[in-house]
Design a binder for this molecule. Structure first.
Ligand SMILES: [Cu+2]
Length: 134
């Protein structure tokens, strides 16, 4: 490998590192919630209003991110993986809301307040989380 090739390669590696940083970094205002061991991690999270949260299924099974319709700010839009318009619709089509292992779902929290959400298949075992936007 000559010196020029080496420099080119280094540049590419550096770009990749920076891109990875931007994707998961808090510097951009983004935040990530994992789903390992049938839990949302972290279970509670406080973000700035307008933050896009990435829910990352870093586990081996499918999960949903489904808001409790009565436990989000009154003027906030309903949200659920699968883009359902209501909690009832989400519950009626569990497979339609599944985030497969390795996949992500994102939601932007535009309205300040407290948002409680859960995973439909694992609600009974306590797979629930809370996000506060302020
Ligand atoms: Cu789950």
């Amino acid at each position: 490998m000559n010196r020029r090739d080496f420099l080119t390669l280094s540049g590419a590696a550096l770009a990749t590192t920076l891109a990875g940083c931007t994707g998961s970094g808090s510097e951009t205002g983004g935040d990530t919630v994992g789903m390992k061991d049938f839990k949302f991690n972290p279970k509670t999270l406080t973000v700035d209003m307008g933050t896009t949260v990435t829910f990352d299924n870093d586990s081996e099974v499918g999960h949903t991110v489904t808001a409790y319709e009565q436990r989000i700010p009154g003027d906030a839009a309903y949200f659920a993986s699968g883009e359902f318009a209501s909690e009832k619709a989400a519950r009626n089509d569990v497979n339609g809301g599944l985030i497969e292992p390795g996949e992500t779902y994102t939601h932007t929290f535009e309205v300040p307040g407290r948002y409680e959400y859960f995973c439909i298949p694992h609600e009974g075992t306590g797979m629930k989380g809370t996000i506060s936007a302020e």
